[in-house]
Design a protein around this ligand. Structure first.
Ligand SMILES: C[S@@+](CC[C@H](N)C(=O)[O-])C[C@H]1O[C@@H](n2cnc3c(N)ncnc32)[C@H](O)[C@@H]1O
Ligand SMILES: Nc1nc2[nH]cc(C(=O)O)c2c(=O)[nH]1
Ligand code: SF4
Ligand SMILES: [Mg+2]
Length: 217
């Protein structure tokens, strides 16, 4: 049976993009194909600005889950504890790390069977399985985009690589286009640059990481 490795899982509000403010279970899978997750490797990662610890299975409600039903039951128990009376609004955001290294059709089906809408936050280097209800793609540096369709494209800005400039993506088939200021030691400049770009290029909207502003995980 397939084993899923989960770093952590918790209920919070989606902080980014078009679903900002919506309650969801965040299901954070362990591991990524663009960085080992170890600080000593950050300088040689494809994606060097990652703001997330996705190493191991030792986080809140993390662990190894044997089979899709076991993991879907775990997600459902977290939703029930937080918003049990609202099964009709149940939403899970699969993230990581890179969730598409593990998220597969059996797990999507098991989550659907428990009433969840299933969203994903992915770097776009892996094809998405069928059945997802919301696909957010966030292209990284010079990593080739394999999944080039979805609901929202959310580009961390600025990135130096020519392959990661907004103009490279604006013709793709997405409903929403967001620039998300890179959270690093130049955050104020990055916010100003992203805001200025959106004012000149109205196809793009600003996505602030609102959970960080209000102290949510
Ligand atoms: C940690 S990633 C996990 C999902 C997937 N690996 C990806 O990169 O899309 C979740 C979201 O956070 C964004 N992100 C990561 N580090 C960031 C940073 N330093 N500043 C702003 N957004 C960041 C990513 O671009 C992505 O949209
Ligand atoms: N609240 C909250 N919203 C988020 N949206 C995308 C996130 C992610 O790390 O994938 C994230 C996250 O880490 N927390
Ligand atoms: S692809 Fe996503 S999880 Fe992987 S290092 Fe980049 S931001 Fe972090
Ligand atoms: Mg995050």
């Amino acid at each position: 049976m397939k084993i899923y490795s989960v770093k952590e899982a918790y209920v919070t509000l989606q902080g980014e993009g078009a679903q900002t403010g919506r309650a969801a279970v965040f299901l954070r899978f362990a591991g990524c194909n663009l960085w080992s997750g170890l600080e000593r490797d950050r300088h040689k990662a494809v994606c060097q600005f990652c703001d997330t610890d996705f190493v191991g299975t030792n986080g809140e409600n993390g662990g190894k889950f044997e089979g899709a039903d076991a993991l879907a039951d775990h997600v459902a128990s977290l939703w029930a504890a937080a918003a049990g009376a609202h099964a009709d609004e149940a939403y899970v955001v699969c993230t990581g790390g890179e969730p598409l290294l593990q998220l597969d059709s059996p797990l999507i089906e098991a989550l659907h069977a428990r009433g969840f809408e299933v969203g994903v936050e992915t770097n776009g280097t892996v094809a998405a399985p069928a059945g997802l209800d919301w696909i957010c793609i966030s292209p990284k540096a010079n990593a080739a985009l394999v999944q080039s369709r979805g609901d929202e494209l959310k580009l961390v800005y600025p990135q130096d690589e020519p392959e990661a400039q907004p103009e490279r993506f604006e013709m793709l088939q997405f409903q929403h286009f967001f620039l998300q200021p890179k959270d690093d030691n130049r955050q104020a400049e990055n916010i100003a640059a992203a805001a200025a770009y959106c004012m000149k290029h109205p196809k793009w909207r600003l996505s602030l990481q609102t959970h960080k502003l209000i102290g949510l995980p």
